[in-house]
Design a protein around this ligand. Structure first.
Ligand code: HMG
Ligand code: MG
Length: 300
């Protein structure tokens, strides 16, 4: 029997990455990206969002993407859901894993989902209740955990409060998002220590955008405390439509290269991943990740 990987990578490129492209990527490219990521060994691939197409026109083909991708056994394909309307669309598409999303900053939440934090929790309550009775798993995102593009500093106590509320509402995993990539390693450790006082560390994930090149250091700092789930995006795709100047998530290739070197297993084939990264970067006219390029150059 093969051993379970020590670290779970949640690939968010097809959702977090492609939602931020200046134009809508063709459905066929999205589907090929997801299928290639599954072939490379990614076991959780956040695929799309069932949100308003006025808010995120780049993902308005969510149903089509689901209908066309080749679901592989053992791979989960979660999608973002902001409200009951999104939940119904997701279920009609056959989805069994969803994520709800709010923020630790009121201002960001207003810009992102047009409601207060409290209102967002009230919107999620029936979604989570229905998901639980349908056997659908629900992940919870907290954005702006280390800084907000509108508010600036975000108190850790706010992150703890929102994380606890999502966890108590029934989310099995809480992903802590440095949406604009401003945090540093010490701040990341302070945050994890605080949130882990009330939520088991196995239920926490870290989601670092890499605007200032701090993401790998932050991930290492969190691994040291026992975090085992890392969100990342192939080729470092992405940004945030509501956070001007924020760059993509940490590149999956960079994370897997670091973990492989540290002897921590992920179940991911770095070579296949790097080839996928080079392909999607070329399709989108973007640079490939540093580790992805290096792997392809040095491991012929
Ligand atoms: P609203 O305007 O307040 O809501 O938007 P509404 O209920 O008044 O609806 C407005 C229109 O959207 C209506 O259409 C609804 O039917 C439609 P109209 O009647 O005007 O033609 N609508 C929908 N359509 C399809 N699917 C739905 C849906 N809901 C309403 N589910 C809403 C509120 C939340 C819907 C909107 O603001 C929205 O969709 N926002 C999405 C924002 C988003 O996806 N942001 C990026 C993801 S979060 C992120 O990237 C951060 C993360 O990566 C972590 C991190 O980095 O920190 C997760
Ligand atoms: Mg994000």
């Amino acid at each position: 029997m093969t051993q379970a990987p020590e670290i779970k990578i949640v690939e968010v490129g097809p959702r977090d990455g492609l939602q931020s492209e200046p134009y809508t990527v063709p459905t066929s490219i999205k589907v090929e990206l997801i299928d290639r990521l599954a072939d490379a060994g990614l076991s959780v691939i956040e695929t799309t969002s069932f949100v308003s197409d006025q808010a995120i026109p780049q993902l308005s083909d969510a149903e089509l993407v689901y209908a066309r991708l080749q679901q592989q056994p053992g791979v989960r394909y979660p999608a973002l859901v902001p409200n009951e309307r999104g939940y119904e669309r997701a279920r009609a598409a056959g989805i069994t894993d969803i994520a709800v999303f709010t923020a630790a900053s009121e201002a960001f939440n207003q810009h992102n989902i047009n409601c207060s934090i409290e209102q967002s929790m009230a919107r999620f309550a029936p979604v989570i209740e229905r998901a639980q009775s349908d056997g659908v798993s629900v992940r919870g995102y907290v954005s702006t955990v280390m800084g907000c593009p509108y508010q600036g500093d975000v108190p850790i106590s706010d992150v703890v409060r929102i994380s606890e509320a999502l966890y108590a509402a029934g989310c099995y995993e809480i992903s802590l998002g440095d949406t604009i990539g401003v945090g540093n390693a010490r701040q990341a450790q302070d945050l994890i220590r605080s949130v882990a006082q009330s939520i088991p560390i196995e239920q926490l994930a870290v989601h670092f955008h890499d605007t200032y090149g701090q993401a790998l250091a932050n991930i290492f700092a969190c691994l040291e405390l026992g975090v085992k789930t890392i969100d990342s995006s192939v080729a470092g795709l992405g940004g945030c439509p509501y956070a001007r100047g924020a760059t993509g998530n940490v590149a999956t290739e960079d994370v897997v290269y670091m973990l492989d070197g540290m002897g921590l297993t992920t179940g991911i084939d770095l070579w296949a991943l790097a080839q996928t990264g080079r392909w999607i970067a070329a399709e989108l006219g973007r640079p490939h990740s540093r580790a992805g390029q290096a792997v392809l150059k040095t491991r012929q």
